[in-house]
Design a protein around this ligand. Structure first.
Ligand code: SAM
Length: 404
Protein backbone atom coordinates (compact mmCIF):
# COMPACT_ATOMS: atom_id res chain seq x y z
CA UNK A 1 0.00 0.00 0.00
CA UNK A 2 1.29 3.55 -0.79
CA UNK A 3 2.73 5.75 1.90
CA UNK A 4 0.03 8.14 3.25
CA UNK A 5 0.66 11.90 3.10
CA UNK A 6 2.12 13.35 6.33
CA UNK A 7 -1.16 14.76 7.66
CA UNK A 8 -3.35 11.82 6.66
CA UNK A 9 -6.15 11.12 9.17
CA UNK A 10 -6.49 7.30 9.29
CA UNK A 11 -10.13 7.22 10.53
CA UNK A 12 -12.33 5.58 9.49
CA UNK A 13 -10.38 4.23 6.47
CA UNK A 14 -6.71 3.48 5.82
CA UNK A 15 -4.87 5.38 3.08
CA UNK A 16 -5.65 3.83 -0.31
CA UNK A 17 -8.05 1.34 1.27
CA UNK A 18 -10.32 0.01 -1.47
CA UNK A 19 -14.07 -0.30 -0.92
CA UNK A 20 -16.92 -1.62 -3.04
CA UNK A 21 -19.78 0.84 -2.64
CA UNK A 22 -23.25 1.45 -4.08
CA UNK A 23 -23.82 5.03 -5.31
CA UNK A 24 -27.01 6.60 -3.94
CA UNK A 25 -27.08 10.00 -5.64
CA UNK A 26 -24.99 12.86 -7.04
CA UNK A 27 -23.78 16.04 -5.38
CA UNK A 28 -24.20 19.41 -7.13
CA UNK A 29 -20.52 19.08 -8.03
CA UNK A 30 -21.33 15.87 -9.93
CA UNK A 31 -19.70 13.45 -7.45
CA UNK A 32 -21.30 10.11 -6.57
CA UNK A 33 -22.40 9.73 -2.93
CA UNK A 34 -22.12 6.35 -1.19
CA UNK A 35 -22.62 5.40 2.47
CA UNK A 36 -20.55 2.85 4.33
CA UNK A 37 -22.27 2.10 7.67
CA UNK A 38 -23.76 5.58 7.49
CA UNK A 39 -20.38 7.25 6.72
CA UNK A 40 -20.44 9.31 3.50
CA UNK A 41 -17.86 8.52 0.82
CA UNK A 42 -17.65 10.71 -2.29
CA UNK A 43 -16.71 8.98 -5.54
CA UNK A 44 -16.25 11.22 -8.58
CA UNK A 45 -17.36 9.91 -12.00
CA UNK A 46 -19.66 7.31 -10.43
CA UNK A 47 -23.39 7.33 -11.18
CA UNK A 48 -26.49 6.69 -9.03
CA UNK A 49 -27.28 2.97 -8.75
CA UNK A 50 -23.76 1.87 -9.73
CA UNK A 51 -21.64 -0.54 -7.72
CA UNK A 52 -18.09 0.80 -7.91
CA UNK A 53 -14.69 0.07 -6.39
CA UNK A 54 -13.15 3.20 -4.93
CA UNK A 55 -9.85 4.04 -3.23
CA UNK A 56 -9.81 6.35 -0.21
CA UNK A 57 -7.35 9.24 -0.28
CA UNK A 58 -8.67 11.54 2.45
CA UNK A 59 -10.83 11.26 5.58
CA UNK A 60 -12.53 14.44 6.74
CA UNK A 61 -14.46 15.00 10.00
CA UNK A 62 -17.64 13.42 8.70
CA UNK A 63 -16.96 12.12 5.18
CA UNK A 64 -14.21 10.66 3.00
CA UNK A 65 -12.92 11.41 -0.50
CA UNK A 66 -11.99 8.64 -2.87
CA UNK A 67 -10.96 7.98 -6.47
CA UNK A 68 -12.91 5.62 -8.67
CA UNK A 69 -11.00 2.42 -9.48
CA UNK A 70 -13.55 0.29 -11.32
CA UNK A 71 -17.22 0.30 -12.25
CA UNK A 72 -18.45 -3.14 -11.20
CA UNK A 73 -22.15 -2.73 -12.09
CA UNK A 74 -22.66 0.19 -14.50
CA UNK A 75 -25.77 2.34 -14.59
CA UNK A 76 -28.04 1.97 -17.65
CA UNK A 77 -27.54 5.72 -18.07
CA UNK A 78 -23.74 5.44 -18.37
CA UNK A 79 -22.44 6.46 -21.82
CA UNK A 80 -18.99 6.52 -23.37
CA UNK A 81 -17.25 9.83 -22.76
CA UNK A 82 -16.04 11.76 -25.80
CA UNK A 83 -13.01 13.64 -24.51
CA UNK A 84 -9.55 12.06 -24.20
CA UNK A 85 -8.95 13.85 -20.88
CA UNK A 86 -12.42 13.41 -19.34
CA UNK A 87 -11.91 12.45 -15.70
CA UNK A 88 -8.62 14.36 -15.34
CA UNK A 89 -9.68 17.75 -16.78
CA UNK A 90 -11.72 19.85 -14.35
CA UNK A 91 -13.93 21.26 -17.13
CA UNK A 92 -16.58 18.55 -17.58
CA UNK A 93 -18.27 16.42 -14.93
CA UNK A 94 -20.99 14.57 -16.87
CA UNK A 95 -19.71 13.19 -20.18
CA UNK A 96 -20.30 9.66 -18.79
CA UNK A 97 -24.01 10.37 -18.13
CA UNK A 98 -26.70 10.32 -20.86
CA UNK A 99 -27.87 13.82 -21.75
CA UNK A 100 -31.50 13.31 -20.68
CA UNK A 101 -30.26 12.26 -17.23
CA UNK A 102 -27.88 15.24 -17.05
CA UNK A 103 -30.75 17.66 -17.50
CA UNK A 104 -33.14 15.78 -15.24
CA UNK A 105 -30.43 15.81 -12.57
CA UNK A 106 -30.06 19.57 -12.96
CA UNK A 107 -33.84 20.06 -12.70
CA UNK A 108 -33.88 18.00 -9.49
CA UNK A 109 -30.94 19.98 -8.14
CA UNK A 110 -32.96 23.22 -8.43
CA UNK A 111 -35.99 21.52 -6.80
CA UNK A 112 -33.83 20.30 -3.88
CA UNK A 113 -32.14 23.67 -3.43
CA UNK A 114 -35.57 25.32 -3.33
CA UNK A 115 -36.61 22.85 -0.64
CA UNK A 116 -33.44 22.99 1.48
CA UNK A 117 -32.28 26.59 1.06
CA UNK A 118 -35.45 28.57 0.36
CA UNK A 119 -37.72 26.15 2.32
CA UNK A 120 -40.19 26.13 -0.57
CA UNK A 121 -41.69 23.10 -2.30
CA UNK A 122 -42.25 24.51 -5.76
CA UNK A 123 -42.45 22.88 -9.20
CA UNK A 124 -39.40 23.26 -11.42
CA UNK A 125 -40.06 23.04 -15.16
CA UNK A 126 -38.13 20.54 -17.28
CA UNK A 127 -34.76 21.99 -18.27
CA UNK A 128 -34.69 23.62 -21.71
CA UNK A 129 -31.90 21.77 -23.46
CA UNK A 130 -29.03 23.06 -25.51
CA UNK A 131 -29.51 22.45 -29.27
CA UNK A 132 -25.89 21.27 -29.28
CA UNK A 133 -24.54 19.03 -26.56
CA UNK A 134 -20.94 19.18 -27.80
CA UNK A 135 -19.21 21.84 -29.89
CA UNK A 136 -21.27 24.63 -28.30
CA UNK A 137 -18.83 26.79 -26.31
CA UNK A 138 -17.91 30.03 -28.04
CA UNK A 139 -15.08 30.95 -25.67
CA UNK A 140 -12.26 28.95 -24.10
CA UNK A 141 -9.30 30.22 -22.09
CA UNK A 142 -6.61 27.53 -21.88
CA UNK A 143 -3.69 28.36 -19.63
CA UNK A 144 -0.05 27.40 -19.22
CA UNK A 145 2.35 27.88 -16.31
CA UNK A 146 5.76 29.53 -16.38
CA UNK A 147 8.13 27.20 -18.31
CA UNK A 148 10.60 25.21 -16.18
CA UNK A 149 14.17 25.07 -17.55
CA UNK A 150 12.89 26.67 -20.76
CA UNK A 151 10.36 23.82 -21.23
CA UNK A 152 6.66 24.61 -21.45
CA UNK A 153 4.63 21.68 -20.07
CA UNK A 154 0.81 21.42 -20.11
CA UNK A 155 -1.35 23.86 -22.07
CA UNK A 156 -4.94 23.34 -21.01
CA UNK A 157 -7.31 23.54 -18.10
CA UNK A 158 -7.15 22.92 -14.35
CA UNK A 159 -6.77 19.29 -13.33
CA UNK A 160 -9.81 17.92 -11.53
CA UNK A 161 -9.74 18.53 -7.77
CA UNK A 162 -6.73 20.89 -7.89
CA UNK A 163 -6.25 24.64 -7.81
CA UNK A 164 -3.02 24.90 -9.72
CA UNK A 165 -2.10 21.69 -11.56
CA UNK A 166 -2.92 21.68 -15.27
CA UNK A 167 -3.99 18.99 -17.69
CA UNK A 168 -2.75 19.16 -21.27
CA UNK A 169 -5.73 19.66 -23.61
CA UNK A 170 -5.15 19.16 -27.34
CA UNK A 171 -8.82 19.32 -28.17
CA UNK A 172 -11.90 20.37 -26.20
CA UNK A 173 -15.03 18.64 -27.56
CA UNK A 174 -17.47 21.02 -25.88
CA UNK A 175 -15.84 23.97 -27.70
CA UNK A 176 -16.96 25.05 -31.17
CA UNK A 177 -14.92 23.30 -33.92
CA UNK A 178 -13.24 26.53 -35.07
CA UNK A 179 -11.91 27.01 -31.53
CA UNK A 180 -10.25 23.61 -31.69
CA UNK A 181 -8.55 24.52 -34.96
CA UNK A 182 -7.38 27.75 -33.32
CA UNK A 183 -6.30 25.84 -30.20
CA UNK A 184 -3.92 23.65 -32.23
CA UNK A 185 -2.31 26.78 -33.70
CA UNK A 186 -2.20 28.60 -30.36
CA UNK A 187 -0.51 25.58 -28.72
CA UNK A 188 2.09 25.42 -31.49
CA UNK A 189 2.74 29.17 -31.22
CA UNK A 190 3.09 28.97 -27.43
CA UNK A 191 5.59 26.11 -27.70
CA UNK A 192 7.53 27.81 -30.50
CA UNK A 193 7.60 31.13 -28.65
CA UNK A 194 10.02 32.16 -25.96
CA UNK A 195 7.51 32.48 -23.09
CA UNK A 196 9.15 33.43 -19.82
CA UNK A 197 5.92 33.49 -17.86
CA UNK A 198 2.69 31.61 -17.69
CA UNK A 199 -0.26 32.96 -19.67
CA UNK A 200 -3.93 32.51 -20.47
CA UNK A 201 -4.83 32.14 -24.13
CA UNK A 202 -8.13 33.70 -25.20
CA UNK A 203 -10.03 31.99 -28.00
CA UNK A 204 -13.42 33.56 -28.79
CA UNK A 205 -15.55 32.37 -31.71
CA UNK A 206 -17.77 35.10 -33.16
CA UNK A 207 -19.52 35.86 -36.45
CA UNK A 208 -16.32 37.65 -37.52
CA UNK A 209 -14.00 34.70 -36.88
CA UNK A 210 -11.93 33.45 -33.97
CA UNK A 211 -10.56 36.32 -31.90
CA UNK A 212 -7.57 36.08 -29.59
CA UNK A 213 -7.05 39.65 -28.38
CA UNK A 214 -9.20 40.68 -25.39
CA UNK A 215 -9.83 44.12 -26.93
CA UNK A 216 -10.80 42.75 -30.36
CA UNK A 217 -14.44 43.45 -31.24
CA UNK A 218 -16.56 40.32 -31.44
CA UNK A 219 -19.79 40.40 -33.45
CA UNK A 220 -22.67 38.07 -32.62
CA UNK A 221 -26.35 37.96 -33.61
CA UNK A 222 -29.11 36.93 -31.21
CA UNK A 223 -32.42 36.68 -33.06
CA UNK A 224 -32.71 39.84 -35.12
CA UNK A 225 -30.33 41.86 -32.94
CA UNK A 226 -26.64 42.43 -33.61
CA UNK A 227 -24.20 42.63 -30.70
CA UNK A 228 -20.66 43.90 -30.59
CA UNK A 229 -18.51 43.43 -27.51
CA UNK A 230 -14.87 43.11 -26.53
CA UNK A 231 -13.72 39.53 -26.98
CA UNK A 232 -12.36 39.47 -23.41
CA UNK A 233 -15.58 40.82 -21.83
CA UNK A 234 -18.49 38.73 -20.59
CA UNK A 235 -20.89 37.40 -23.21
CA UNK A 236 -23.06 34.27 -22.75
CA UNK A 237 -20.95 31.56 -24.33
CA UNK A 238 -23.45 29.09 -25.78
CA UNK A 239 -24.80 30.97 -28.84
CA UNK A 240 -27.00 28.02 -29.89
CA UNK A 241 -29.39 28.26 -26.93
CA UNK A 242 -29.29 32.07 -26.64
CA UNK A 243 -32.35 32.97 -28.78
CA UNK A 244 -34.58 30.67 -26.71
CA UNK A 245 -33.00 31.68 -23.40
CA UNK A 246 -33.22 35.42 -24.03
CA UNK A 247 -36.63 35.06 -25.72
CA UNK A 248 -37.99 33.37 -22.58
CA UNK A 249 -36.77 36.16 -20.26
CA UNK A 250 -38.17 38.83 -22.60
CA UNK A 251 -41.56 37.06 -22.86
CA UNK A 252 -41.79 36.82 -19.07
CA UNK A 253 -40.89 40.52 -18.69
CA UNK A 254 -43.41 41.56 -21.34
CA UNK A 255 -46.22 39.46 -19.85
CA UNK A 256 -46.03 41.64 -16.72
CA UNK A 257 -47.71 44.41 -18.71
CA UNK A 258 -45.08 46.87 -17.44
CA UNK A 259 -44.16 49.83 -19.68
CA UNK A 260 -40.55 50.15 -18.54
CA UNK A 261 -37.67 47.72 -18.21
CA UNK A 262 -34.60 47.88 -16.00
CA UNK A 263 -31.78 45.54 -17.10
CA UNK A 264 -29.50 45.18 -14.06
CA UNK A 265 -26.03 43.66 -14.53
CA UNK A 266 -26.64 44.20 -18.24
CA UNK A 267 -23.19 43.46 -19.72
CA UNK A 268 -23.21 44.58 -23.34
CA UNK A 269 -26.99 44.89 -23.26
CA UNK A 270 -28.16 41.38 -24.21
CA UNK A 271 -31.52 41.28 -22.42
CA UNK A 272 -32.33 44.99 -22.56
CA UNK A 273 -31.68 45.31 -26.27
CA UNK A 274 -33.59 42.15 -27.20
CA UNK A 275 -36.51 43.40 -25.06
CA UNK A 276 -36.41 47.05 -26.18
CA UNK A 277 -39.05 46.75 -28.95
CA UNK A 278 -41.53 45.59 -26.27
CA UNK A 279 -41.06 48.53 -23.87
CA UNK A 280 -41.33 52.31 -23.87
CA UNK A 281 -37.95 52.65 -22.23
CA UNK A 282 -35.07 50.37 -21.20
CA UNK A 283 -32.50 51.46 -18.61
CA UNK A 284 -29.46 49.22 -18.07
CA UNK A 285 -26.71 49.24 -15.47
CA UNK A 286 -23.35 47.51 -15.59
CA UNK A 287 -20.09 47.94 -13.69
CA UNK A 288 -17.72 47.21 -16.59
CA UNK A 289 -17.16 50.46 -18.48
CA UNK A 290 -16.11 48.70 -21.69
CA UNK A 291 -19.21 46.46 -21.61
CA UNK A 292 -21.62 49.30 -20.91
CA UNK A 293 -20.11 51.44 -23.67
CA UNK A 294 -20.82 48.52 -26.00
CA UNK A 295 -24.40 48.28 -24.69
CA UNK A 296 -25.03 51.90 -25.75
CA UNK A 297 -23.32 51.22 -29.09
CA UNK A 298 -25.41 48.06 -29.60
CA UNK A 299 -28.64 49.99 -29.03
CA UNK A 300 -27.47 52.43 -31.71
CA UNK A 301 -26.47 49.83 -34.32
CA UNK A 302 -29.87 48.17 -33.88
CA UNK A 303 -31.65 51.47 -34.44
CA UNK A 304 -33.05 51.59 -30.88
CA UNK A 305 -33.67 55.01 -29.43
CA UNK A 306 -35.43 53.99 -26.21
CA UNK A 307 -32.42 52.56 -24.34
CA UNK A 308 -29.90 54.13 -22.00
CA UNK A 309 -27.13 52.48 -20.08
CA UNK A 310 -25.34 53.49 -16.91
CA UNK A 311 -21.77 52.55 -15.97
CA UNK A 312 -22.09 52.00 -12.22
CA UNK A 313 -22.64 49.52 -9.43
CA UNK A 314 -26.10 48.03 -9.93
CA UNK A 315 -27.30 49.73 -6.72
CA UNK A 316 -26.99 53.14 -8.39
CA UNK A 317 -29.72 52.38 -10.91
CA UNK A 318 -32.73 53.16 -8.76
CA UNK A 319 -31.83 56.82 -8.33
CA UNK A 320 -31.80 57.08 -12.14
CA UNK A 321 -35.18 55.50 -12.92
CA UNK A 322 -37.84 58.19 -13.40
CA UNK A 323 -40.70 55.63 -13.37
CA UNK A 324 -42.70 54.01 -10.61
CA UNK A 325 -42.08 50.40 -9.62
CA UNK A 326 -45.68 49.43 -10.41
CA UNK A 327 -45.03 50.20 -14.12
CA UNK A 328 -41.56 48.68 -14.26
CA UNK A 329 -40.16 45.19 -14.69
CA UNK A 330 -36.57 44.39 -13.69
CA UNK A 331 -34.39 41.70 -15.27
CA UNK A 332 -31.43 40.85 -13.05
CA UNK A 333 -28.52 38.68 -14.16
CA UNK A 334 -25.82 39.04 -11.51
CA UNK A 335 -22.43 37.27 -11.38
CA UNK A 336 -22.07 33.98 -9.46
CA UNK A 337 -22.00 35.79 -6.10
CA UNK A 338 -25.62 36.88 -6.61
CA UNK A 339 -27.04 40.29 -5.70
CA UNK A 340 -25.57 42.44 -2.94
CA UNK A 341 -27.80 43.10 0.11
CA UNK A 342 -27.67 46.86 -0.73
CA UNK A 343 -28.93 46.19 -4.26
CA UNK A 344 -31.78 44.03 -2.98
CA UNK A 345 -32.72 46.61 -0.35
CA UNK A 346 -33.04 49.31 -3.02
CA UNK A 347 -34.83 46.97 -5.41
CA UNK A 348 -37.44 46.14 -2.74
CA UNK A 349 -37.87 49.84 -1.91
CA UNK A 350 -38.43 50.55 -5.63
CA UNK A 351 -40.95 47.65 -5.64
CA UNK A 352 -41.08 46.64 -9.33
CA UNK A 353 -44.23 44.74 -10.27
CA UNK A 354 -42.16 41.83 -11.62
CA UNK A 355 -38.58 40.64 -11.43
CA UNK A 356 -37.07 38.13 -13.86
CA UNK A 357 -34.07 36.75 -11.99
CA UNK A 358 -31.54 35.04 -14.29
CA UNK A 359 -28.74 33.24 -12.47
CA UNK A 360 -25.77 31.01 -13.23
CA UNK A 361 -25.53 29.97 -9.58
CA UNK A 362 -28.73 28.49 -8.12
CA UNK A 363 -27.27 28.51 -4.58
CA UNK A 364 -26.93 32.32 -4.43
CA UNK A 365 -30.23 32.66 -6.30
CA UNK A 366 -31.96 30.64 -3.54
CA UNK A 367 -30.27 32.77 -0.87
CA UNK A 368 -31.66 35.89 -2.56
CA UNK A 369 -35.05 34.24 -3.08
CA UNK A 370 -35.55 34.06 0.70
CA UNK A 371 -35.23 37.87 0.81
CA UNK A 372 -37.65 38.26 -2.13
CA UNK A 373 -40.25 36.21 -0.25
CA UNK A 374 -39.77 38.33 2.88
CA UNK A 375 -40.18 41.46 0.74
CA UNK A 376 -43.58 40.26 -0.50
CA UNK A 377 -42.71 38.64 -3.85
CA UNK A 378 -44.39 35.44 -5.05
CA UNK A 379 -42.35 32.87 -6.89
CA UNK A 380 -43.83 32.05 -10.31
CA UNK A 381 -42.20 29.91 -12.99
CA UNK A 382 -38.81 28.34 -12.28
CA UNK A 383 -37.21 27.52 -15.63
CA UNK A 384 -33.70 26.06 -15.83
CA UNK A 385 -31.72 26.22 -19.09
CA UNK A 386 -28.79 23.98 -19.94
CA UNK A 387 -26.26 26.46 -21.25
CA UNK A 388 -23.40 24.15 -20.31
CA UNK A 389 -23.98 20.50 -21.33
CA UNK A 390 -21.50 17.92 -19.96
CA UNK A 391 -20.72 20.22 -17.01
CA UNK A 392 -22.19 20.72 -13.55
CA UNK A 393 -23.18 24.30 -14.39
CA UNK A 394 -26.75 25.41 -14.96
CA UNK A 395 -28.63 28.60 -15.59
CA UNK A 396 -31.98 29.21 -13.91
CA UNK A 397 -34.63 31.85 -14.57
CA UNK A 398 -37.12 32.64 -11.80
CA UNK A 399 -40.07 34.97 -12.18
CA UNK A 400 -41.07 36.88 -9.06
CA UNK A 401 -44.17 39.03 -8.86
CA UNK A 402 -45.02 41.63 -6.24
CA UNK A 403 -48.02 40.71 -4.11
CA UNK A 404 -50.66 43.34 -4.60
C1 SAM B 1 -23.67 37.02 -15.62
S1 SAM B 1 -23.08 38.52 -16.36
C2 SAM B 1 -24.53 39.02 -17.24
C3 SAM B 1 -24.35 40.03 -18.32
C4 SAM B 1 -25.50 40.23 -19.27
N1 SAM B 1 -26.78 40.25 -18.60
C5 SAM B 1 -25.51 39.17 -20.36
O1 SAM B 1 -26.30 38.24 -20.29
O2 SAM B 1 -24.68 39.29 -21.28
C6 SAM B 1 -22.99 39.58 -14.98
C7 SAM B 1 -22.56 40.97 -15.28
O3 SAM B 1 -22.60 41.71 -14.06
C8 SAM B 1 -21.56 42.66 -14.08
N2 SAM B 1 -21.37 43.08 -12.67
C9 SAM B 1 -20.66 42.46 -11.69
N3 SAM B 1 -20.79 43.13 -10.52
C10 SAM B 1 -21.60 44.19 -10.76
C11 SAM B 1 -22.11 45.24 -9.94
N4 SAM B 1 -21.80 45.32 -8.65
N5 SAM B 1 -22.91 46.15 -10.51
C12 SAM B 1 -23.23 46.08 -11.83
N6 SAM B 1 -22.77 45.12 -12.65
C13 SAM B 1 -21.97 44.16 -12.13
C14 SAM B 1 -20.40 41.93 -14.72
O4 SAM B 1 -19.45 42.83 -15.25
C15 SAM B 1 -21.14 41.13 -15.81
O5 SAM B 1 -21.19 41.83 -17.02
Amino acid sequence: MSQPPRKFNPHPFAYHQELDVRIENLTNEGKGVARVDGWVVFVPFALPGELVRCRIFRNHKNYSDSDIVQVIEPSPHRVEHVCAVFGTCGGCQYQHLSYDQQVEGKRRQVEELLHHMAKIDHPVLPVIISPKQYGYRSKITPHFHRPKDGELSEIGFLRVGTRNAMVDVKECPIAMPQLNTALTKAREAARAGSCKNGATILLRAADNGVLTRPDAIAVEHVGSMKFEFQAGDFFQNNPFILPEFVGYAVRKAKASGAKYLVDAYCGSGLFGICAAPEFEEVIGVEISETAVAKAAHNAEINGLTNCRFLAADATAIFAQVPHVGSETVVIIDPPRAGCSPEFLQQLFAFAPKLVVYVSCNPATQMRDLVLFSEAGYNLGEVQPFDLFPQTKHLECVMTLSKQS
